[in-house]
Design a protein around this ligand. Sequence first.
Ligand code: NAD
Length: 472
Amino acid sequence: MVKICCIGAGYVGGPTMAVIALKCPSIEVAVVDISVSRITAWNSDQLPIYEPGLDEVVKQCRGKNLFFSTEVEKHVSEADIIFVSVNTPTKTRGLGAGKAADLTYWESAARMIADVSKSNKIVVEKSTVPVKTAEAIEKILTHNSKGIKYQILSNPEFLAEGTAIQDLFNPDRVLIGGRETPDGLKAIQALKDVYAQWVPEDRIITTNLWSAELSKLAANAFLAQRISSVNAMSALCEATGADVSQVSHAVGKDTRIGPKFLNASVGFGGSCFQKDILNLVYICECNGLTEVANYWRQVIKINDYQKSRFVNRVVSSMFNTVSGKKVAILGFAFKKDTGDTRETPAIDVCKGLLGDKACLSIYDPQVTEDQIQRDLSLNKFDWDHPVHLQPMSPSTVKQQVGVVWDAYEATKGAHGLCILTEWDEFKTLDYQKIFDNMQKPAFVFDGRNIVNAEKLREIGFIVYSIGKPLDP
Ligand code: NAD
């Protein structure tokens, strides 16, 4: 029986391994992590992450051929294929701070693999890593090898949170990069054999290591760039009376462009887009490609601009001050169908409003009060950030922020309402009831363009939708 071990039981490691276990009953899959609380949650009915369909997949395999464990070394030493899916955040200090990927977790995982391995291993980069990371990993492993042979593969993950299970069942592509040596090709084939159990052969792409590593950064940069492109256009729409939805529709009809990922919004978030573009910027700079670095840096600048534009719009619409006013925040996760708040635009928007002394009443169906309080209190490393945010002390956050259990409670007595996540339930709220319970004039700021602005205006709301005429 082939044994797989995945180091890192997070948003990627957990779901990807659960799907491999489901689709490959003859493979034993162990997902290991140093976080005891995460592993305990994976072994309970309350999984550590919310992802539609994940519960069912885990329930079907857990205890059969899928195991979650903190016995990292034991499972690593027993495995034939080791996926490494640890976090690779942006470095916050030292060389490359604010841009380069922090590979501390990766390096310690690699050193541990070298320490405990007693047989040949295939080591798979599942985390998103800078191009040429495999070279560094190879050095660490081979210099500590005790005669054991390692093959490094790059197999970046393209799942999107909120649709992870669907994406894993039916991926657009599976990318495997490896060395073109006989042993490298054998390793590529071994990993192909795993995916081939449910992924059509023509969707499994093999490349050299560096192309695979760079493709993941490139894919995220392209996706984020599309959002920044449409968001940049949304500002121009507001200035000219054009409607960004109509522009997106017209532009997306061009088959060379296509209709996906063309929704204007308050900005992109999530743990990956910004981090991966910063990483790309850093790699470009290290290679002397300043103009290319500047090009990609602009994607983040536009994203920051969009968030600050939104905050400014809220404040200026509400008579240039939100001081002491109650503002309801509907949605805090960075997108719908996830409880993940990493880099969510809601953090910057809320901090911006808190900076103007608003009182926030926040509701998100999947985000806890603790998460929100922590996210808003955290003084994160700020890279050239135009939404100039004051660090929020935890006590300010406690005083000015309330987290409530539904949208009606959040909006009761509020002067304004901001929609920051596109949860489906926000589309079908009883907006008449909400209007009746709000201060007048009652404002709606739709940061996701999900409500019917015309209907809301008929009720009596003053409505701002991203990239749409203000007074149609
Ligand atoms: P995560 O923070 O949710 O999970 C990482 C896990 O690794 C944590 O639970 C941590 O405790 C564990 N870990 C760290 N060092 C360890 C060690 N030495 N031994 C055992 N466990 C260790 O991160 P994530 O969102 O799953 O992302 C993981 C990687 O995948 C990142 O490189 C990310 O960029 C990439 N990625 C993420 C997504 C996404 O949607 N979240 C999509 C594609 C790729």
